[in-house]
Design a protein around this ligand. Sequence first.
Ligand code: 5RP
Length: 221
Amino acid sequence: MKAKRIAGEKAAEYVKDGMVVGLGTGSTAYWAVKKVGEMVKEGLNIRAVPTSEETKELAEDLNIPLVSLADVNYIDLTIDGADEVDSNLNLIKGGGGALVREKIVAFHSKKLIIIVDESKIVDKLGAFPLPVEVVHFGADKTLITLEKFDCQPKLRKENGELFNTDNHNYIIDCNFEVIENPKKLNNELNELPGVVETGLFVEMADRVIVGTNEGELNIIE
Ligand code: 5RP
């Protein structure tokens, strides 16, 4: 927990007065959002776009002023977690199921800072099953199509029920083991009917802040 906390709190230092800030989702992003909440309480003037209903509630509890993505031209800085980060700063995201909003917010951000503990750093992506968000209609057929990618796709469940995202879609987790070409795979998966988006974030991160449980911070750019 210490690793996530120090990474999250370090990232909050990049938030400056007047910015529009994208707020990520998950147990690492939680610490960044909490810190931003403290800064707002002390007078920081920002507006924020949350990447999930969970983060929206947290930000509201902390009195962080929220704005709709539609009401801003762009986001200055987004801070978010990740499930895996490779040596080119490509990511797998979506372990928490917020990948679609996270990717839209990241795409419209001038800067994307990713915060992780050191367990998330890998040579190649793929050991963490890749989340793929799919629409309900034909989801069983989309799953069969994904099987052709040799990745043991599984519809995500939570408490025995099919998991629904904030966008009222399902998630299929695809265990590739190793993803040799994240950009190509992302493009191929996004071409499939029924696929809304994948958790591959290719060439999107500007900076990765890695925390360790010993209290060290490494910043990769
Ligand atoms: C949610 C995400 C999260 O950023 C990712 O799952 C990392 O979560 P955590 O910080 O809890 O390990 O992509 O959709």
